[in-house]
Each structure stands twice: as structure tokens, then as C-alpha cells.
Design a protein around this ligand. Structure first.
Ligand code: GRF
Length: 204
């Protein structure tokens, strides 16, 4: 008998297309039980609402400091029995103190082939602008575990995507999402959810 599905929290700050991909994937071994947003305006909150997933907004600027910000997040995670955290366009920084509490239990999706175009300051369109500036012919997406180094944790999955002549940062971003991110993230989350489930089941 398999134990319950792995309980997942997805952290968002914006549009939430990766959250949508996870919702649409119909995970076999994982269940999204909570969406944490760093912004009350994130469209991702509407997507969660439509799917009937509980949400919590924890805004850094309404907290006295990083400790309070993370304490609020941790309280929500505990309350919902979360076992796996997925960062899907989450723009707030998590401290080493936080990441150390969840070793191999936080995943992030990054829109390049790490170690290219990653680390501090590389998010959103900037990643694709830099790839175009450098003239790479292949870029892609990476799902990696999160540790104390920005975009520095162990790589789980990567998928390459071609850069086409005439690409703008916007067209490249869209292609990377369609061809890589929206496929890769559900795949990675399924993999890790299944392994956590097996672990719980004592079958590892
Ligand atoms: C994606 O490009 C993801 O790789 C990056 O942030 C973006 C989030 O987009 N980490 P969305 O909110 O999932 O649409």
C-alpha cells in the first residue's frame, strides 16, 4: 500500500504559468496543497483559486525583517504538512538558514542551462537578454535543488532549446517556457514526489 501523495507548496510571485503547468499535469505522486505568494498582485493567486488550492500571501515588505518573513512562511508550511517546496518564479530571497532546513526538499526552475546566465540578478527577461547578447545558439531550462548558493544547488533535469535568428528576449522566453519549463518542472516534481513517497513508505 502506498502512503499519501507528497504534499507540495508552490512559491510564486508573478504570472504563474509554471504553477499552471503543475496543476494541469495531474501529478501521480504529488499533491499541491498550498500556494505561497510574495505578492498580493500575483496572477498565480487567481490560478490557484480557480483550482481550489489554498493560498497565503507573505510579503517581505510587511515584515520587520527576513526572520519574520521566513517564520510566517514556515508556519504556513507546517500548518499544511508540506513535504516539498517548489519555487516557480518566486522572486524573494530565502536565507541559508531557511534552505538548510529543507535539504533536497526545495526545487527551483531557472530559464537557462545552468551554469550559464544564472545567479544573483539573473531572473525574468534579463536571463534571455544576456543569452541573446552573448550569442548562444542553444539555451534552455534547468530544474535544480535549492541550497544556500543562488542557482547553485544540484541539477536535477535540464532541457535544451534553440535560439532562432531574429529572437527577442520575449520570443526566446516564450519558447523556453513552452518547449522546456512547462514540461520539465512537472517531470521533476513527479520524480521527487515519487521518491519522497517511497521513502515514507519505507521502500527506499
Ligand atoms: C519562469 O521563467 C521561471 O523559470 C523563472 O521565473 C519565471 C516564472 O514564470 N524562475 P511564471 O510565473 O511561472 O509564469
Amino acid at each position: 500500500m502506498l502512503t499519501d501523495k507528497t504534499r507540495i507548496a508552490v512559491f510564486v510571485s508573478g504570472g504563474g504559468t509554471n504553477l499552471q503547468a503543475l496543476l494541469d499535469a495531474g501529478l501521480e505522486n504529488g499533491e499541491i496543497v498550498l500556494v505561497v505568494s510574495s505578492s498580493p498582485k500575483a496572477y498565480a493567486l487567481e490560478r490557484a483559486g480557480r483550482a481550489g488550492i489554498p493560498t497565503v500571501v507573505v510579503s517581505r515588505k510587511n515584515c520587520a525583517g527576513q526572520d519574520e518573513f521566513e517564520a510566517k512562511i514556515e508556519a504556513a508550511l507546517k500548518e499544511n504538512g508540506v513535504e516539498l517546496i517548489v519555487l516557480a518564479g518566486f522572486l524573494s530571497i530565502l536565507s541559508p538558514r531557511f534552505t538548510a532546513k529543507y535539504p533536497k526538499r526545495i526545487l527551483n526552475i531557472h530559464p537557462s542551462l545552468i551554469p550559464s546566465f544564472c545567479g544573483q540578478g539573473y531572473y525574468g527577461l534579463r536571463v534571455h537578454e544576456e543569452a541573446l547578447k552573448r550569442g548562444v545558439k542553444v539555451t534552455g531550462a534547468t530544474v535544480h535543488y535549492v541550497n544556500e548558493i543562488p542557482d547553485g544547488g544540484e541539477i536535477l533535469l535540464q532541457k535544451a532549446v534553440s535560439v532562432e535568428p531574429g529572437d527577442t528576449a520575449e520570443t526566446l522566453q516564450r519558447r523556453v517556457m513552452e518547449q522546456a519549463e512547462w514540461k520539465l518542472l512537472p517531470q521533476a516534481v513527479e520524480l521527487v514526489s515519487a521518491s519522497i513517497r517511497r521513502e515514507k513508505d519505507g521502500r527506499l
